[in-house]
Ligand binder design. Structure first.
Ligand code: G3P
Ligand code: MG
Length: 373
């Protein structure tokens, strides 16, 4: 009974609206599209081949580990529609607004993927990735020799204690850490020593610690949800408190934080403006055209302009992040909860009830089309 709506049913809408898509558990499981996710996105274009978009939409994910432009290219490949970097908000995108504070300071980047490149792309100048950082110490990870994936060729290293110019001024957990055991140990070392590991105690204050997101669990390819960055945060917090004796100080971003929804409003409005500018004329290439018109749409920085969109639909699978955030911010956000990820219940979530519950993203687009048609 699902009707594939023609493009005309979206244009012109009665009121300007936009859509924010969660990724894991809504559009993808790992690298595999969920159900009719590609078709669902294709319905937002007048002409997919010519990147002629007609409904402003963005991706709003707590995931990360690559730059927004690399993720846009990957999503384009996986979902079969042209996607621009300015349509992608990752968990770590708000870190851009912190780059001026730590511009010339040495910062540690943690997590899967190219997390050093990510911070460099935001304007951080002295970034060291944890995989390279551990190389600066002799025996910082006592279990290293049991890890067949670690190169064991290193002879005894010269540097035993870091010098003050190697001090870590802040730690950024950008994406899910890969080697939890090592990273928990090294982060406790860095944080309890004021950024210069090697001493048991230090008078120096704990360096600032930032997490890109705080999801306890998320939906990956495995049928049952997996631990996310929030689980790692809990582990670090517990261990730090136990060994140091006082609570870990940290700040986390990601959904359901309101700032993330404000960033999403900004990004959506820029995409919407572009569509209005290009009214009646096809876009030649999404990446090229969106990039050139959206130069002012700096990812990761909140611009407090009034939101001209009457409704922003958040399509998510996690009541505690996607839906709780939309509820917290209120209008113009309207939450749609799908049953293809973290949430599988027959009834709405009791603590964070979504404005609408549907089976999957395709049904979500049906609902939006009917609501806006
Ligand atoms: O690591 C990814 C996970 O934290 C959630 O991603 O797309 O469901 O917000 P998403
Ligand atoms: Mg999700």
């Amino acid at each position: 009974n699902v009707r594939l709506l023609t493009t005309k049913q979206f244009v012109p809408p009665r009121n300007p609206f936009g859509i924010a898509f969660d990724i894991d558990g809504v559009l993808l499981r790992g690298r595999e599209p969920i159900g009719r996710a590609p078709e669902s996105l294709a319905r937002l274009y007048k002409d997919v081949k010519n990147a002629e978009l007609q409904v402003p939409y963005i991706f709003l994910t707590n995931g990360g580990g690559m730059t927004e432009s690399a993720r846009a290219a990957e999503l384009t490949r996986l979902l079969g529609v042209p996607i621009a970097a300015q349509q992608v908000l990752l968990g770590h995108s708000p870190f851009m607004s912190l780059s001026h504070r730590f511009k010339s300071k040495r910062v540690l980047s943690v997590g899967k993927g190219a997390v050093d490149e990510v911070l460099a792309s935001y304007g951080f100048r002295k970034v060291v990735k944890i995989d390279e950082y551990v190389e600066e110490f002799d025996s910082i990870d006592p279990l290293e020799s049991y890890k067949p994936w670690v190169k064991q060729s290193k002879s005894s290293r010269d540097i035993l204690m870091p010098s003050s110019d190697q001090k870590i001024s802040a730690v950024f957990v950008c994406s899910d850490p890969v080697d939890w055991g090592r990273d928990l140990q090294v982060l406790c070392d860095v944080l309890r020593s004021g950024g210069l590991p090697g001493k048991a105690e230090s008078e120096s204050p704990q360096p600032p610690l930032f997490f890109a997101a705080d999801d306890l669990e998320y939906q990956a390819k495995f049928p049952v949800t997996r631990f996310g960055m929030g689980a790692f945060r809990l582990a670090l917090e517990t261990l730090y408190k136990e060994v140091v004796g006082h609570p870990l100080a940290y700040h986390s971003y990601g959904k359901p934080k309101a700032v993330v929804y404000k960033l999403a409003e900004n990004s959506l409005q820029h995409v919407a403006k572009l569509l209005n500018m290009k009214h009646g004329k096809p876009l030649t290439s999404s990446e090229k055209v969106l990039s050139s018109h959206l130069e002012s749409a700096t990812v990761g920085e909140v611009n407090e302009e009034h939101c001209a969109l009457k409704t922003i639909y958040m399509i998510g699978d996690n009541p505690e992040t996607d839906i709780a955030g939309a509820i917290g911010v209120g209008r113009p956000w309207f939450s749609i909860l799908v049953r293809t990820g973290c949430f599988r219940e027959p009834e709405n979530h009791p603590l964070y009830p979504a404005d609408k519950v549907v089976e999957d993203v395709y049904e979500a687009i049906d609902f939006i089309a009917q609501n806006e048609g």
